[in-house]
Structures are given as C-alpha cells and as structure tokens.
Design a protein around this ligand. Sequence first.
Ligand SMILES: NC(=O)C1=CN([C@@H]2O[C@H](COP(=O)(O)OP(=O)(O)OC[C@H]3O[C@@H](n4cnc5c(N)ncnc54)[C@H](OP(=O)(O)O)[C@@H]3O)[C@@H](O)[C@H]2O)C=CC1
Ligand SMILES: O=C(O)CCC(=O)C(=O)O
Length: 527
Amino acid sequence: MTIQGEQIIGQAISKGGQGTVHAIEAATGTRMEPAFGGADKADLDRACALAEAAFDAYRETSLEARARFLETIADEILALGDALVERCMAESGLPRGRIEGERGRTMGQLRLFAGVLRDGGYLDARIDPAMPDRQPMPRPDLRLRNVPLGPVAVFGASNFPLAFSVAGGDTASALAAGCPVVVKAHSAHPGTSELVGRAVHAAVGKCGMPEGTFSLIFAAERAIGEGLVADPRIKAVGFTGSRTGGTALMRIAANRPEPIPVYAEMSSINPVLLFPGALAERGAAIGKAFVGSLTLGAGQFCTNPGLVVAIEGEGLDAFLKGAEEALVAAPAAVMLTPGICSAYAKGVGAVEGHASVSVVAKGQAGETLRGQAALFRVSAADFVGSAELQEEMFGSASIVVVCRDAGEMTQVVSALEGQLTAAIHIAQADHEAARAVLPLLERKAGRILVNGFGTGVEVAHAMVHGGPYPSTADGRSTSVGSKAIERFLRPVCYQDLPDGLLPDALKDANPLGLWRRMDGTMTAPKA
Ligand SMILES: NC(=O)C1=CN([C@@H]2O[C@H](COP(=O)(O)OP(=O)(O)OC[C@H]3O[C@@H](n4cnc5c(N)ncnc54)[C@H](OP(=O)(O)O)[C@@H]3O)[C@@H](O)[C@H]2O)C=CC1
Ligand SMILES: O=C(O)CCC(=O)C(=O)O
C-alpha cells in the first residue's frame, strides 16, 4: 500500500486542501514525501456529521460484530507488513524491535477490547426488580446499563506512533464502547497515520460498519484540532501529549455550551523512592537498572523515571556510582522530532543552570537531533523550594533529590504534583517505612510499583495508566487496559420499561447471557 498524503472521511479518501503537513525523518531532519493535505473546515464538518449520523447504528451493532470489527482492524494492521514498520521507524527514529513490539501491542489492545465486548461485563447490567408491596412505598422496576457517549475525537501521541495513535488505545476503547471516532493525526508521523487509517477504513468496509464510524484528518493548523474539540457533535476527547496542548484542549472543551470530558495524558516525572535497606543491599545494581529505564526509547516515555528521592549515605553513594557508570556509556539517541529534541535540550539546560543543582553524570554526546542522557542532584530543601525542578524533561534526564532523613523524603513527595507512577525500592527491613508512605503515594499516583520502574506498561485488566492532575486531566480513569472503555460510557437507568422495550442486556430472558447484578448480587446467566 503506498502512502498518498490523503485523509479519510467516512468512505471517502481524498487529499485535504488546506495547507500541507510533511513528515520529517527523525534521524536526519530531512523532509519526507509525500505532502499530506490538511483538512479544511468543510472536511472537519463532514467527518463530525458522518460520525454523528453513524452513532445510533454503530452503537446498536452486536457485541460480537464489534468484537470482530476490532479483530479485523488488528488483522489489517498486520497485513500492512513491513511498509508500516519502515515508515514508522523513519518518522519516529525508534528502532525496528520497538516498532514491531508496539505493533504487536496495538493489535493486542484491539483484541483485548474484542474480549471485553464478548464478556459484556463493561455494560454493568443491574436489575433491581419491582417491589409493588413494599411499605410504606412500592419500589419501581429499575434497570441500568452503560451506553456510549457519542462521537470521540482522538489526538494520538508522538511517542507511541502505533499504540497511542490512530488505532491505539483511545481509538480501540472508544470503538469498543460504541463510539465513532474522528482522529486528528499527529504531525510527527503522518505516513504511519495514513497507513493505519487505511487499515481501519478497510475493516469498516469488510465488517459492514456504518460510514462515519471512523475518520482521519491531518491538520496544517491548530484551528482544525481546536475546531474538532469544539464541534457540538463530539462528546469526548482522548489526548496524549504536552501539558500545554492538553490544557488548551481542556479549556476549549470546558468552554463549549455543552462541556465534554477530555481524557488528556500529559506530564509526569514518576518519582522513584529508594529506601535505606534496599540501597544498602543493592544500591549499585538499582543505579544500573535505573539508567536502563531512564534511557529506554531515548527517555521518551511519560512513565520515564524523572525523579529519584533517597536519604544520603553509603547506599545512595553506591546507587549514584552505579548510575554514573551506566550513564556515561549511554549513547546519545535519536529523538522523535526536532521540536522534542530542542525542548529536551532546553529543559536540561535550565536544570543544569539552576544554582542549587549539580551534575552527577552525562551520557555520550551525539550529533544533532540526538538527546544526551543526564543525571543531576539537588538537596531536598532546594528541590521543594523550586517548582521549575518538578517540570518534566521529556527525554533521558532525571534528578536525584538527596534527603537528610525520612521526614524530608515525605516532604519531597508531599510537594509533588499528580503522577502516573510512583516506584519504591525496598528490602525486608524497609517494609514499615514503606507502609507509612503508601497512603501518600496513593494520593499522588495512579500506579504504585515495588522494586521496578514505570516504563513498560502492561496492557491488562488491572492496569491503571492515569493519575491525578497534571499527569492526566481526570485521575478517575485509565488510558491503558480494559478499564479504558469506561471513559467513553455513561449509565442509563430504565424505570418500569416493559420487557419488549428494554435493551437486550436488561431483558428478563437475558439473551446476551450476561452476568448481571440482580438486587445487588452478581448473578450468573442461566445455563
Ligand atoms: N507525558 C507524555 O505522555 C508526553 C509528553 N509530551 C510532551 O509534549 C512535548 C511536545 O510533544 P507532542 O507530542 O508534539 O505534544 P503536543 O501536545 O504538542 O501535541 C500533541 C497533539 O495535540 C495537537 N495539539 C497540541 N496543542 C494543540 C492545540 N492548542 N490545539 C489543537 N491541537 C493541538 C498536536 O497537533 P500537531 O500535530 O499539529 O502538533 C498533536 O496532534 C514533548 O516535548 C513533551 O514535553 C509528548 C508526548 C508524550
Ligand atoms: O509505556 C506505556 O505503555 C505508556 C507510556 C505512555 O503513555 C507515554 O509514554 O506516553
């Protein structure tokens, strides 16, 4: 399949006429062909109108039909073959192994949601049967199920050109919920976006889904993405990117006559707390493993360990030595875009120039468009007094905050903003101290992990990839794992509806064979 620079609006594939978007080869900074036509207001209007028109038919497709649709998207992505892998590598600068792994994860996410649909538990079917004789008042018959919100706008992430992009987690969970999707492609990987968009388009056709179930537009100007969020037919937004971008979209959504939820995943520095027992046992080894996580993917993960908090002493010295030895050998790595590379250099420069900060070690310097890894240290008192040291340096850079005692560690964690992850490194001797800090970590982070690092998010049922603001716009949700579907649902209660008017999920005969909460008790379907 060749890349034509074309957008997909329902069934129609055409070149947008409002400006152009070009991919930049990440490793060289060279402009890549072809030019992608930017959508104009009429294109945006048509994509939203089609999504709205498709909504009622799409959400009424059976669970099995939608599951097969998601699986067909996965198959179509795989069928793109090496052309997808090579274009994605060129646009992102990420190596083949990573891109192939990410493609597998993307297909796995789609298949996970197919399973969620076949299970049907996400509908949360509940039935409180009528109690006509209840005193002093009879109880009506009450039944609840979740319904989809409506058309969803998705802004893919630059750092996950497959798993968090056109057919990534936001799209998969929205489509599973029964929401048509309009994707605004990320300008960093338009060719990858078109290829994956064509795969989804093919699946829509093969599975007989309504036109408007999926559209993909390129935007040469911000007004198009802003207009997408403002469009009254859009009912929710999924976004992964910068805090500036995410909060701009949140403001637009909040100022609409009908405000809508924006599920934006933004900045996080993912504190790693090193406890004394663990440091005494294996400080150097933790330092080495930490650098492995810090430099993974040129540090371009929202789960990157951007902050280490520990008490001074020999154990911390061993950690720092282990980290230094690993870091100085770390090669400079190609970054996703020239803009991300220069933002990283600027962020590192600002931290390095901070009066109270000193350099622990730096990775190898590289050519232009490559990020150089860096590790800094600062005292707890200076860190707590400097809001700018908490800002995400999106790349392989981190700060070690040196504390005098456990009280200072707690002060540092208390001063942090909301985070996607918090990691603790402990030995048996640290369990009591760890227990004491867990309630604080629960207030700060969406995922707490022990003796590991947050990079490498498992796509699973119990995963939370979310967290209090500003790590995400809404800490009640996750963008990874099966619970991600809940972002695009809302409950509806049906009171005293005759059986014939009820949705299948709530009919007395239980034709979908669902587990349902009957009068408060989870009840298996009759065999
Ligand atoms: N924590 C995290 O998960 C991540 C953080 N980042 C941070 O973001 C920085 C920039 O990376 P990037 O991926 O480009 O993130 P951005 O937030 O700049 O862009 C993400 C997407 O949102 C769009 N967008 C951004 N702002 C607006 C706006 N005001 N109106 C309409 N659309 C908008 C972009 O459009 P367009 O394509 O036109 O630019 C793009 O499609 C990085 O240096 C890093 O600091 C990046 C990725 C992940
Ligand atoms: O590692 C992951 O799977 C998620 C990371 C992420 O969301 C990000 O880096 O933007």
